[in-house]
Design a protein around this ligand. Structure first.
Ligand code: NAP
Length: 497
């Protein structure tokens, strides 16, 4: 079993307190590796490495073209080593090898290529005179040393979504991956070095969020924190980050509605509901979780969905035929089971699933069958809270206003979708839904070119697209006097004579 070190200032180092943490395979419950648990001192060293590399200008003053070339090389090296990335990510996350090889890794490589190219294209206002005989210009500059804290659901992808726009714009970063899934982030560090990212620009430290993450959030030497994770931790980080008023960018939880009108293509909606609800074993912030179905097509939709779920293959993530693997941990499985129980107690009817399947050879894995619950209780926890597991909460609606107002009535605002063949209904819904993304007759598609951003308690800031590059910059106004006068005319308005 491999023991991974941390990557600080271009060197592989052990925890200064000799603490290590086990990393498990969620499909067996057995350890696959161990990683270092960073001490406070290690966190400070990583932050100093980022600060020093930023101040040196070796990366922050490199041209966008030079940075782009290095990041494109990273993409090429991940592609070259993708078999290893796929194997490690599958073993460590429990997601099916089908999803990781067909989607996670190729899409992540595409994300890097987009960001590497796009950083060369950012434009601003033209230099201009907004005051007579004075020219104004805008400079866009990197922010400095940035802490990046990522979740376990897309281990490598979430690091890329946050660290790569930061790096593309010339910042230096300290990344703390989730303790469940740190391995591919550590593998990435080797590739960054090989691609030519200068020492100290990309650092990786590992250890518990409650100590390592909090130390980063509190640090007065970090200029920004970019966090992807739960809303609860996002709120806590915002408070800690106030220590030096560092910039905070938050990508948080979701509770996506999936609204099916009676004129929709129901077969297409059911196929998409499977992907929308169960991609990533139901642990995706974009997952469709609240299915608002118009009463006229309710029975048809539910019966087709039930049949379709029964055909899914739940099993060993390493088997290419597997559709769904286990959840990330026993804690997560118990959380999901708790929500199913609560949903029933609060008036919901379990239509199918929710039990622990028996997978030979994987008896200690954290498996659960997808659950379908019908409820009329709009205030139930399964309607309002993020479950982060394979639970379909099914609700019935009467008309447009009923569907939209109930869909909007949550604290989250990340993804949402609407299913209809009527263009006016579709256009109205894209305006009226208070979510960062509205899909029409689709769910979960996020091209690298488009922003992924939240409304309300789903956070602020954007991943992907040119907006994510802007997120990691300061804007500076530069003013040039063109008069050459000792006293400009406008001084008289303030100090006469
Ligand atoms: P989490 O518990 O909030 O953890 C996220 C990261 O924060 C981990 O690295 C964790 O470290 C660290 N952390 C935990 N407590 C901390 C603290 N007090 N101070 C600083 N850092 C702390 O979230 P998760 O369970 O990993 O991920 C699931 C959540 O992420 C869901 O809510 C999901 O919706 C959200 N998510 C959002 C997006 C998006 O784009 N909006 C994308 C993916 C996931 P440890 O692992 O060591 O605890």
């Amino acid at each position: 079993m491999e023991t991974y070190k941390m990557f600080i200032g271009g060197k592989w180092v052990e925890s200064s307190e000799n603490q290590v943490l086990k990393v498990l395979n969620p499909s067996t419950g057995l350890p696959v590796a161990s990683v270092q648990s960073a001490s406070r001192d290690d966190v400070r060293k990583a932050i100093n490495a980022a600060r020093n590399s930023f101040a040196s200008g070796i990366w922050s003053r490199a041209t966008p073209g030079d940075r782009s070339n290095v990041l494109l090389k990273v993409a090429e090296l991940i592609e070259k080593n993708q078999d290893k990335f796929i194997k490690v990510e599958t073993e460590n996350s429990g997601k099916s090898i089908k999803q990781i090889s067909g989607y996670d890794i190729p899409y992540t490589i595409d994300n890097i290529r987009f960001l590497a190219g796009a950083c060369r294209t950012l434009e601003g206002k033209a230099m201009n005179e907004y005051v007579a005989d004075g020219t104004s210009a805008i400079r866009r500059e990197p922010i400095g040393a940035i802490g990046i804290i990522t979740p376990w659901n897309y281990p490598l992808m979430m690091v890329v979504w946050r660290a790569f726009p930061a790096l593309a714009m010339g910042n230096s970063v300290v990344v703390k991956p989730a303790s469940y899934t740190p391995l591919t982030t550590l593998m990435l560090a080797d590739i960054m070095k090989e691609a030519g990212v200068p020492d100290g620009v990309f650092n990786v430290i590992t250890g518990p969020g409650s100590s390592v993450g909090e130390e980063m959030a509190k640090s007065e030497k970090l200029d920004m924190i970019a966090f992807t994770g739960s809303t609860e931790v996002g709120k806590r980080l915002s408070v800690l980050a106030a220590s030096n008023l560092k910039k905070v960018s938050l990508e948080l939880g979701g509770k996506a509605p999936f609204i099916v009108f009676k004129d929709a293509n129901i077969d297409a909606a059911v196929e998409s509901a499977i992907v929308g609800g169960l991609v990533n074993n139901g642990q995706d912030c974009a997952n469709s979780t609240r299915y608002y179905i118009q009463e006229e097509v309710f029975d048809k939709f539910v019966s087709l969905l039930k049949n379709r779920i029964q055909k899914l293959r739940i099993g060993d993530p390493m088997d290419p035929a597997t559709d769904m693997g286990p959840l990330i941990s026993e804690t997560q499985r118990e959380r999901v089971e708790g929500y199913i129980e609560k949903g029933i107690q609060e008036g919901g009817k379990l239509l199918s699933g929710g039990e622990r399947p028996e997978i030979p050879g994987h008896e200690k894995g954290y498996y659960i069958n997808p659950a379908l619950i019908y409820t009329e209780n709009e205030d139930s926890a399964i309607v309002k809270e993020e479950i982060f597991g394979p639970v379909f909460t099914i609700l019935k609606f009467k008309d447009y206003n009923d569907a939209i107002s109930r869909s909007n009535d949550v604290t989250y605002g990340l993804g949402s979708s609407v299913w209809t063949s009527d263009i006016t209904t579709a256009m109205r819904a894209t305006r009226d839904l208070r979510f960062g993304t509205v899909w029409v007759n689709e769910h979960v598609v996020v091209p690298s070119e488009m922003p992924w951003a939240g409304y309300k308690e789903s956070g602020h800031g954007a991943s992907l697209s040119p907006y994510s590059l802007e997120e990691f910059t300061y804007i500076k106004h530069v003013y040039f006097d063109l008069t050459g006068k000792v006293r400009k005319d406008w001084y008289d308005q303030i100090f006469k004579g």
